[in-house]
Structure formats: structure tokens, C-alpha cells
Design a protein around this ligand. Structure first.
Ligand SMILES: [Zn+2]
Length: 212
């Protein structure tokens, strides 16, 4: 559905295009794709995604996030000595080797930002799926928007894979549970991002707020 005339009607909501910033009236029709009348950018998904579906993805994401950080990402075996490290352990080792900026970057983009984003989404989606309006909804939505570009788990994993190939010539490399968990986390985060529709969440929030 492409909006031809940005004129107010009954059962409409005001949407701002996130590409060209045009404010326009969108018809409140469930399950329809809504596109910007100026640049054609998709403003509303037509999937009719329910909060409970996104909540399931976020809960699964939190579970594998914990596994990814508790279990070793890779193990190395050379000369009869075997070592294994987690992502947090890697950040710690980097800081011990006078590479604090890199350690901080690994910690922020690989652990803190994705973890905080998942917790914020849980805070929003759990009450909404139960028909309740979470407190500070607007602030947490803004926080999710800020955090999302900083979660770079896939970039980290690409770096790990390159390192694995290089280290394979020097030592025996054992991928750990943490590595597989990071793969699962990337898939779950991508699945959630493709379904995430801020407009639908806002509508759901307003409905829950009106009821209670
Ligand atoms: Zn636009």
C-alpha cells in the first residue's frame, strides 16, 4: 500500500519516514505494507508481527547470549598445552597486554550493547505481550534505537573466523560452545531485527495504555 495523499482521515496515524523525515497520515489497516508517499521507503511491515513472536526470539537470544559468554569461544592446543577463552576473557587479556581501547571495543560491541539491547527488548515485549503498558516505554524505545547500530556480534565473529584460519597453521584449533552460540545469536538477532516494527509496538502500547 502506497500512500498517495498525506491528508488526515478517520482511523489514521501520523508516521514520520525514517529515510526522508516526511510526516504523513497512514491508514490503520492491519496486515498491510505501508510505504512513504515521497521516497517509497517501507514505513510499516505487513507481517502483522505479534509481540509474543518477537518475545520468543528475544528470550531465545538471551539464552544463547548467556551461553556464548559463559562457554569458551575457541580452544587452542599446541605442544601438549591446551587453552580456551571466552569473549570476556579475550577482552581481559587484551587489557592486560596494554590494548585497552581494543579491549573496550570488544567489550562494548560484543557483550554490553547486544546484551543491553536484548534486555531492553525483553522489558518492552514481555508486558506488551501480556497486555500491559511498560513504564518509560518511549525512553526504552529510544535506547533500543541508539543501541542497535552498536551491537556488532557478526563483525566480531568474522574476526574470530579469520583468526581461526590463521591459527590453524600454528596450533590445533577447537571451536567451542561459545562460537556456535554466537552463530545462533546472530541468526536470532537478524530474525528479530527483520520483524521489529516500532510503529506496531507504539500502537500496541497505546492500546494497552487505553485499557489499563
Ligand atoms: Zn520517505
Amino acid at each position: 500500500m502506497t500512500m498517495n495523499a498525506p491528508a488526515p482521515q478517520t482511523d489514521t496515524s501520523v508516521l514520520a519516514c525514517h529515510e526522508c523525515d516526511l510526516l504523513q497520515y497512514a491508514p490503520a489497516v492491519a496486515g498491510q505494507v505501508v510505504c512513504c508517499c515521497r521516497c517509497g521507503c517501507q514505513l510499516r511491515h505487513g507481517s502483522g508481527c505479534r509481540p509474543s513472536t518477537s518475545l520468543a526470539l528475544v528470550l531465545a537470544g538471551l539464552l544463547v547470549f548467556v551461553l556464548a559468554n559463559v562457554f569458551p569461544v575457541i580452544g587452542l592446543e599446541a605442544g601438549g598445552t591446551r587453552t580456551a577463552t571466552t569473549l570476556l576473557g579475550t577482552a581481559w587479556q587484551l587489557s592486560q597486554q596494554q590494548m585497552q581501547p581494543v579491549a573496550l571495543l570488544v567489550l562494548l560491541t560484543g557483550v554490553l550493547m547486544p546484551g543491553l539491547e536484548l534486555l531492553c527488548l525483553l522489558y518492552l515485549l514481555l508486558p506488551l505481550s501480556l497486555g500491559r503498558a511498560p513504564r518509560g516505554f518511549a525512553h526504552v524505545m529510544r535506547l533500543v534505537r541508539i543501541l542497535h547500530p552498536w551491537g556488532m556480534v557478526e563483525v566480531f565473529l568474522l574476526g574470530v573466523l579469520v583468526s581461526l584460519v590463521k591459527l590453524a597453521h600454528m596450533a590445533e584449533v577447537h571451536p567451542g560452545i561459545g562460537l556456535w552460540s554466537f552463530f545462533a545469536l546472530i541468526l536470532l538477532l537478524a530474525g528479530n531485527a527483520s520483524r521489529f516494527d516500532a510503529g506496531q509496538l507504539w500502537e500496541r502500547y497505546q492500546t494497552c495504555r487505553a485499557i489499563h
